[in-house]
Design a protein. Sequence first.
Length: 493
Amino acid sequence: MAVMELSALERVLQCPTLPSLPAVAVRVIDLTKSSKVSMDELAEVIRNDQGLATKILRTVNSSYYGLRKRCSTISQALVMLGMSTVKTLALSFSLVSAVGNKGGGFDYVAYWRRGLYTAVAARAIARRARVPLDEEAFLSGLLQDVGMMALKQGLGEEYVALVASLRGEHARLAQAELSVFETTHSEVGALLAERWKLPDELIVPVRFHERPNAAPQDHVDLVRCVALGNLVHDTLTLPEPRAALNRLIARAHDWFDLSSDDAEEVVRLVASQASELASLFRLDTGTVANAEAILRSAQSRREDLAVRDDGVGSLVTDADDHDPFTGMLTPIALTPIAEDLFQQARASGGTLSVLALAIDGYAAQVQQWGPEAGDAIMVELAACLQKHLDAQSPHVCRWIESVFVAVLPRADQSAALALAGAVRAAVNTESLGWNLDGRISCTASAGVATLTGARGPYLRVEQLIASAVRALEAAQAAGGNTARAFVPRAAAA
């Protein structure tokens, strides 16, 4: 009798060595779920774990909190700092203990640096934006990637090798996880948080920190604080931090009406507090970057761009160059690249095609299987496009939620349709995404528009892209699972 192979998610969830919270943390969570819990009860629970109590007292008496009077008991700490802060410290130390910080060839320095920087930044942003759950924002930042630890424990070297292959590019992690394991660290982390019986205020940010705009409305502000915290982390750690800083400033303004000064002050705060907090938690998070140098460089760059753009800054253009979930270019990033290729083709009398491709019935798939399944479909479709189009075009964009656009230099209509056929055949063969019953069967439709020579009817690349999208719509209107080429009226005549 054949034995059914377990999915990666099943292997992880059945792993006997998954991280588990200490008993004191479980008791703290149970107690603080009630609005009637007394400080005496909470103090007694923490005092019973002498190691945890010592860590908390050492932390509250550090310069990080700056208390004027030394605190000698947990009861005093609760009075002086409040129940929410002491609860956060208890759960934070418990989380660090549960996850650990060494072993298995995993980059724990990068893991804890991301968690700690995000935690400090998320709390600071919540306070500036008057989001009331500032301590939950801190805990969510620290907890956000716990699914990586679960995947490491459940999948071992397979997962460690995948993470290592990305060379620190965390933005590509979710796409790579879905492609290889059909799940993500965000989803696994949320399932683990549910197993720990954490409140929704912590579970939801873990599940949605990579895609905050998809978060439930009741929790979207908290999730956005964590997402902005991630951008603070990226600003302080990426080799080229300007795009992350620009994205941080733009989204802090759009989401919370915070100024660029507010955003930059949070970057400074994290840089100044990170080392001390890492020491208090006994974590190695590496050397902290020079925040002032990063901010000065970014300011100089913005001023230079403002001069060259005749006073029109390029903040949003720099900020939104890649779709955060699929890793593809955004429309605002693709358009100038495509325009350059378009004008070169017109000037030389060459050929340029645009391919628009979408999953048939994508909205119905999402309605039937949920947004997680829809995200998985789009990530795997992006990977499929990369596989088949990379040699011909690195210029692939997520045009709208369910449509990808690829610009194909030197490809005529026949070549573009052939590429469309190859991608569509792969989609038909390799079911994309997942749901509780397994893989989801999908079909795809495509539209093609081609510029041939300098005398074609197209004057700008936006017209060519719009024609490809119209051809795609015609293919779907014809029943889907097909491709259409747009033929301009002048050419048809």
